[in-house]
Design a binder for this molecule. Structure first.
Ligand SMILES: Nc1ncnc2c1ncn2[C@@H]1O[C@H](COP(=O)(O)OP(=O)(O)OP(=O)(O)O)[C@@H](O)[C@H]1O
Length: 764
């Protein structure tokens, strides 16, 4: 079906003809954002200074598949060239022939050579490492300062201003010293040859069709896997980890990673965890509790991570599960038991959710039918939202149970998990992980310096507390920071449109124009025409619902009508949320209206664009919202942001992000979409403005509890005058209907027109 044609009602607008390449068309050729043009890996012939160490195995970067030019059709999220599209972990099955081919590829690259685990191979020398890391815009540094950050008083601050400047200059020099240049991972084949990861894990990575590591994988995997190997080395096996000690880091580390949206952070943290769990001693008892916990801010993101983990761990003993109500993470004494019966609300929600879960989850559900002890989570990897996990850890006396079995803690979207909204819950869970060997990973596309400080102080406090009770604490690992590209910036591979709509009505006209592009508009702006599927973000749930009902009938029946547009928000039940997500991923829904619930982490591979119907409440929120398109380096995504008079105090935040993103793309300031005159004209929001915006959103659109929010949430093209006339007319008609009914003793109309008259809404 030709979606664009149906929506534009134009015979001229052929989706394949415009020069615009869409994220939904075909597989991505290169998932990397930076350093495309130059070879990622210096070859022997081009670089004579390459050092060769030990036995050499030739490792080549496999050339990415040429993008299969799929039409921009209904299979929006259908990846090709081996990138699977399904939701659950059993997808991506390969035919025997393909499996053999994959194995051959691994074999060619040395990965399966003689069945040995670690094949010693060439290493880059320091200059080569620096060059590759620089090319891919990777910066890796040790955050050495473990001392808690002491708040200075105002006076002290003034006094020390001069001193600070000098200190900063010194620090800049120091920073250069603290930089690390570990071996970059230029091919997934190195995972076996250099780090000896499990064969099955390597195959699973290949099965997903991943050919080239993205930047964050290129930098993070060597750091984390070297750390894994270091542990294994301590147990007596020989590894290549020592070779990192010069310019990289050989020991245990905690890692804080800031990398662009859609750059593949999920597998960057999952691969080392699964590998570590696989190599940990076999006799680890699953009844001890989960060994890795991944926290994510929303249920949608958490269940996506579970799916990724299941794909990566397929065929191994490592299981991943989503935290659901009624599950237990730690054994409880009889007095602490919470009883679940068949009639409990938790049980009913669990029933609804079970359709998406694995056998293990179903087993939990069965046991819950009888009112007794809930089933203990047996999976090694537990993915949860902070509140869901904390609720199960809370004891009757208000204390929180410890999680000594957990040796890996990942905070995905760490900045939001450590933001006031989730901070308390997250820190409770972090502190409950009392294992002295706990390794922590913090991941996001945006990370304020306050989050770095909070991370350091949390680590300090935790360390001090543990050391005071344990005498045999291992040495404290350093916190390493990995930054890919420009910190806190939007991805460079999408185009941005900042559109002044003046009023709320103007925004509605604007979005209708996006829904019904004319052939002329599509021709003139072929580079940045927004095509379905796309996401529409509003500030509040009620505005999302209002916009949905306003646009419900905008899609022509021949294109699927109202079933093509849906709304998703936190007030819906879990099963309704799951069902909408599934329909959107399948391409049944083309326009999904939502709140910031879907702003972070959620991966819709072939999403063509994002509409900020209401401006986001921070620069970081903009980065995350627009990052739902342009995933894994896909070109052609469009981000449209409408703003009105009410938004003017805050728009500069977004304009600056767009400018930085275009600069990253190599667009000159004068050619960019944000002109200098606009930047000059827009007011700079104060710190207080920004804080207010973040906390409350744009005041004019806030939903205030108990107040009459009708006008704020009303989204309609009709003016107040038109609505008044309409209401009057409707009232008059209702009145005359009632009078007629009273005169005829009622029921006459029912016979006449076949309706019961209860929902009569005028002649139309
Ligand atoms: N090496 C790779 N090659 C191709 N595609 C990849 C690669 N690594 C990950 N991907 C794909 O990239 C997409 C984005 O990955 P992921 O969701 O992990 O991004 P992210 O960095 O966590 O994004 P966000 O910041 O929005 O959470 C996924 O569809 C994933 O399958």
């Amino acid at each position: 079906m030709n979606v664009f044609k149906l929506l534009s009602r134009s015979s001229k607008a052929a989706p394949n003809s415009p020069s615009q390449k869409l994220p939904s068309s075909g597989a991505v050729a290169n998932p990397q954002l930076f350093g495309h043009d130059e070879p990622a890996q210096p070859t022997q012939s081009t670089n004579k200074s390459r050092k060769r160490k030990r036995g050499l195995v030739a490792v080549t970067i496999q050339s990415p598949p040429s993008p299969a030019a799929l039409p921009a059709d209904l299979d929006f999220f259908g990846g090709s060239a081996g990138v699977d599209t399904e939701l659950d972990g059993d997808d991506g099955k390969l035919t025997k022939g393909k499996k053999r081919q994959r194995k051959e590829e691994l074999k060619d690259s040395g990965a399966l050579e003689n069945g040995t685990d670690v094949v010693e191979e060439e290493q880059y020398d320091v200059d080569e490492c620096k060059k590759i890391l620089h090319l891919h815009k990777l910066k890796i540094a040790v955050l050495e300062d473990f001392a808690p950050q002491v708040e200075e008083s105002r006076e002290e601050k003034k006094k020390s201003k001069k001193r600070k400047k000098e200190k900063e200059q010194k620090n800049q020099k120091k920073e250069a010293k603290r930089q690390l240049y570990p071996q970059p991972l230029t091919s997934f084949a190195h995972l076996r040859t250099r780090y000896g990861i499990s064969r099955r894990l390597a195959e699973n990575i290949m099965d997903q069709g991943y050919k080239l590591p993205t930047e964050v994988q290129l930098g993070a995997l060597p750091l984390l896997l070297a750390s894994n190997n270091h542990k294994a080395g301590q147990n007596g096996s020989t590894t290549g980890a020592e070779s990192l000690s010069g310019e990289g880091y050989a020991g245990d580390i905690d890692l804080l990673t800031v990398a662009p949206t859609g750059s593949g952070k999920t597998i960057a943290f999952l691969i080392p965890i699964i590998n570590a769990l696989l190599s940990e001693s076999k006799d680890t008892d699953s009844r001890d509790g989960p060994r890795a916990i991944v926290l994510a801010p929303t249920r949608e993101l958490a269940s996506q991570i579970v799916n990724e983990a299941r794909k990566m761990a397929k065929g191994t003993a490592i299981k991943a599960t989503l935290m659901r109500k009624g599950m237990e993470v730690v054994e409880r004494t009889e007095s602490e038991l919470i009883e679940y019966g068949p009639d409990s609300p938790d049980a009913s929600e669990h029933d609804e959710d079970a359709s998406n879960s694995d056998n293990e989850d179903k087993a939990v559900q069965k046991k819950k039918q009888t009112p007794r002890r809930a089933e203990l989570v047996k999976a090694a990897i537990l993915v949860a939202t902070p509140l869901a996990l904390l609720n199960t850890l809370k004891r009757k006396d208000g204390t929180i149970a410890n999680l000594p079995s957990v040796s890996h803690l990942v905070l995905d979207e760490a900045d939001v998990l450590l933001d006031p909204l989730f901070r308390e819950q997250t820190l409770h869970i972090w502190n409950a992980c009392t294992n002295p060997k706990l390794r922590v990973g913090l991941w996001s596309a945006t990370m304020g310096s306050n989050i770095e400080n909070l991370t350091l102080s949390t680590m300090n406090t935790r360390w001090e507390t543990l050391s005071s009770s344990k005498s045999d604490m291992p040495a404290r690992p350093p916190l390493i920071r990995l930054v890919v590209g420009l910190k806190d910036s939007a991805i460079p591979n999408i185009s941005h449109q900042l559109t002044y709509a003046a009023t709320e009505q103007g925004k509605l006209l604007g979005i209708r124009q996006l829904l019904h592009p004319t052939s002329s508009s599509s021709d003139s702006t072929a580079q940045s025409t927004l095509r379905p599927p796309f996401l529409v973000f509003t500030q509040t749930i009620s505005r999302a619902i209002a916009l949905h009902s306003e646009l419900l009938y905008d899609i022509p029946p021949e294109a699927g009508g109202s079933s093509r547009i849906a709304v998703l928000h936190a007030d819906l039940s879990s099963s309704a949320r799951d069902s909408i997500m599934t329909r959107f991923r399948r391409g049944e829904v083309w326009v999904l209206i939502t709140t910031d619930l879907l702003a972070r982490g959620v991966d819709f591979r072939g999403l063509n664009g994002v509409v900020n119907y209401d401006v986001p409440n921070s620069a970081a929120a903009y980065v995350h919202r627009v990052g739902r398109t342009g995933r894994a380096g896909r070109e052609g995504g469009v981000a449209v942001t409408f703003y009105t008079q009410d938004d003017i105090p805050y728009v500069k935040l977004i304009a600056n992000i767009i400018r930085a993103s275009e600069k990253l793309r190599g667009v000159k300031a004068e050619d960019g979409s944000i002109k200098q005159w606009l930047i000059d004209a827009l007011p700079t929001p104060t710190k207080r403005d920004r804080q207010q915006l973040k906390k409350r959103g744009v005041e004019a659109r806030r939903t205030v509890k108990g107040a009459d929010n009708k006008s704020k949430n009303r989204i309609s093209t009709k003016s107040g005058y038109e609505r008044k006339i309409e209401n009057n007319r409707r009232g008059a008609m209702l009145g005359s209907k009632r009078r007629a009914e009273a005169e005829n003793g009622g029921g006459v109309k029912e016979v006449e027109d076949g309706s019961d008259g209860s929902d009569f809404e005028g002649f139309e």
